[in-house]
Design a protein around this ligand. Structure first.
Ligand code: SF4
Ligand code: SF4
Length: 650
């Protein structure tokens, strides 16, 4: 019996899973099975190998060793491991931000003509945060100063990040009181790596508090720099219609997939695919055109700005190759499975790496640089076109599943969308929440994980939230999963939406689930939450807002970092699987209970997406009650929510 239905709820993915099974191709799900049972010590976070007196493992049942050779106990070990994850996640997002700042600098200096300054308003807005004079200056001069100021945030040694000034004063007071205001993005990451060395920080609370500081340096620093500088340079997204799922691959065209995270090269690939010479070459080989499709967060970046179709989310990267229709997959950094290189050799797909930070043995590498960005993109696209000749028609099997979506929402655009062109304001959203039409707002983000049926947890959770009048903001692979299920078009999604939220969405003409971009664009959610707070009527701090977060199918260390800066920003957050801390009751209690009274946010771990959704709804209801907001306007939905929550608890 095929395992496809147990592995994914997405029909296109099931079709490719069946094909892979029939052809005995090993995919992530098979490798997971081969790995089982996975190590209990690692799962619980109580193994340590940071020095050569180890590796040390704490016996979770209490019979064997309770301390490593150095005397570190399970609390120290679990907290240190967690801090390592946070630092790694922050490093990944923030290095992306650094690269974007570098690109802005060389664009402003005129060293590359492939990138410019497209959103001048945003340039001025962000320059003001850095106290950069804008009046009477050229956009290039302002951009140069801004790029230098942004780069300085990475190496800043003392004081506070400048970007974090955008957070509400009340929140900054909480961070200052706890001593977790980030000083410099790199500084907090480096200090994390210092603290987790053998014989440094052994107090689990102290270790985790630094994790909070490091994560804030990402969310309100590195990721925010990435988002804002990309908007300045590549243009701020606006709502755009597009298509999603493996069905966007074309039988009669050269298919090129751009996969990874950064938009700089993929932007050029989108342009290069329209190059007349390359199109003529494609036609010469019998193809009707060149089809660029995205994968993971690179997909989200070019989707948001250009409406480029999305081939899939994290767990579809191998499945795209299994279609036999992909001429070339171009990758940059993050979330790229090393397994792609051997799988690609089973088909005609050419895999090309483009960042010196992410190479794979045996895979052709073409180094990207901003100065020759377009030429490099053309070279890679040409390779894809040439490879069309090697496509075996009889091996092509493209699932006929694709879905419409609307993407391209930003914190700034919401102003106009809700208030109209001449009344840019969040007021209508706040009023809808206060009056009980909209219960609250949820951010549902993050990855896929073969341990959880592909896409299932994202879709079930989001459906449950909108049914109960919770407006959902999404990024990353979670957004792609829900888009495939049709939740990002106003039409069908509104049929699943509670009556109050539906009224608001119909009035404004938006879906109940808004796509805000890639993982670094979670910073858009932070800014949107701050704007909602500033608009008034929903409390004095971010932790007062009727809002919650979730990462139902998380897998990446980056998700842990995001989770930490979200709870540190006062938002209750549910993870779909446990973080590797359960071996320490103290660490688990600290992050799932005690932090709430310290920073106004905490984690919960719940694998059942419906139960997790009700944890979020209950939290939102509690915040509504504390703010003394009107009862929900449409009682049945409220009653039903309670009944389902009770049923879920039984
Ligand atoms: S730091 Fe301590 S617990 Fe970790 S490996 Fe070394 S001796 Fe073992
Ligand atoms: S959501 Fe997770 S899997 Fe998807 S691109 Fe981001 S980090 Fe990678």
């Amino acid at each position: 019996m095929t395992k496809a239905k147990d592995r994914s709820i997405d029909k296109a993915s099931q079709q490719m899973l069946k094909r892979a099974e029939a052809e005995d191709k090993q995919l992530a799900w098979d490798r997971l099975e081969a790995m089982e049972p996975q190590c209990g010590f690692g799962t619980l976070g109580i193994c340590c190998k940071v020095c050569s007196m180890g590796p040390c493992r704490i016996d979770p049942f209490g019979d064997g060793p309770q301390e490593g050779v150095c005397g570190a106990n399970k609390d120290t070990i679990a907290a240190r491991n967690l801090l390592r994850h946070i630092a790694a996640g922050a490093a990944a997002h923030s290095d992306h931000g650094r690269d974007v700042a570098h690109t802005l600098l060389i664009a402003a200096e005129g060293k590359t003509h492939h990138y410019g300054i497209i959103d001048e308003k945003k340039l001025h807005d962000i320059a003001r945060i850095y106290d950069i004079k804008t009046e009477g200056r050229s956009k290039e001069d302002i951009a140069k100063d801004l790029a230098h100021a942004a780069l300085a945030e990475f190496g800043n040694q003392e004081g506070e990040l400048k970007m974090i000034a955008r957070a509400p004063e009340s929140r900054k007071k909480v961070w200052r009181k706890l001593g977790v205001m980030p000083r410099g993005i790199d500084r907090e990451i480096v200090e994390s790596m210092h603290r987790v060395n053998m014989g440094v920080d052994a107090d689990y609370k102290n270790v985790i508090n630094h994790g909070i500081r490091c994560s804030l340096g990402d969310g309100w620093g590195g990721s925010m720099i990435a988002t804002d500088l990309q908007d300045i340079m590549l243009g701020s997204p606006k709502p755009v219609r597009a298509k999603v799922n493996l069905g966007v691959l074309k039988e009669d065209q050269v298919n090129i997939i751009v996969h990874g995270h950064e938009p700089t090269l993929s932007e050029m690939a989108v342009k290069a695919a329209k190059d007349p010479e390359l199109l003529a070459l494609a036609q010469k080989y019998g193809a009707k055109g060149i089809n660029i499709a995205g994968m993971c967060c690179t997909a989200n970046e070019i989707l948001m700005r250009h409406g480029v179709p999305v081939a899939g989310d994290f767990l579809q990267q191998e499945l795209a190759i299994v279609t036999g229709a992909v001429e070339l997959m171009m990758v940059d950094v993050q979330c790229i499975m090393p397994a792609l290189s051997s799988l690609a050799t089973c088909f005609h797909t050419k895999l090309v790496t483009t960042s010196y930070k992410a190479k794979y043995p045996g895979v052709e590498h073409i180094q990207f640089n901003e100065e020759e960005a377009y030429e490099i993109a053309c070279k890679i696209i040409r390779m894809g076109v040439e490879n069309f000749k090697k496509r075996k028609k009889e091996r092509v099997d493209i699932p006929k599943y694709e879905m419409d979506l609307v993407a391209g929402f930003t914190a700034e655009y919401v102003f106009h969308m809700l208030g109209g062109k001449y009344r840019a304001t969040y007021r209508p959203l706040n009023d809808a929440i206060i009056s009980g039409r909209v219960r609250g707002v949820a951010g549902v983000v993050g990855c896929n994980n073969p341990k959880i049926k592909h896409d299932w947890a994202h879709i079930e959770m989001v459906k449950e939230l909108i049914k109960h009048d919770v407006l959902v903001l999404q990024t990353g692979c979670s957004a792609i999963a829900c888009a495939k299920a049709g939740l990002m078009t106003p039409g069908d999604a509104l049929k699943l939406t509670g009556p109050g939220l539906r009224e608001v969405c119909e009035a404004v003409g938006i879906p109940p689930v808004l796509h805000l971009g890639s993982c670094v664009d979670n910073s858009r959610i932070l800014i949107a939450a701050s704007e909602v707070l500033k608009e008034g009527g929903l409390g004095g701090d971010l932790c007062d807002l009727p809002a919650a977060g979730a990462a139902p199918e998380w897998m990446s260390e980056k998700a842990i970092t995001i989770g930490f800066y979200v709870i540190a920003s006062g938002i209750f957050t549910v993870f779909g699987g446990d973080m590797p801390v359960k071996g320490s009751e103290n660490v688990t209690r600290y992050i799932t209970e005690e932090l709430d009274s310290i920073i106004g946010g905490k984690f919960a771990f719940e694998a059942d997406p419906i139960k997790a959704a009700h944890m979020m709804i209950d939290h939102i209801n509690k915040k509504r009650a504390a703010l003394k907001l009107n009862p929900m306007m449409y009682e049945p939905a409220k009653k039903e929510a309670k009944e389902e929550a009770t049923a879920g608890a039984n």
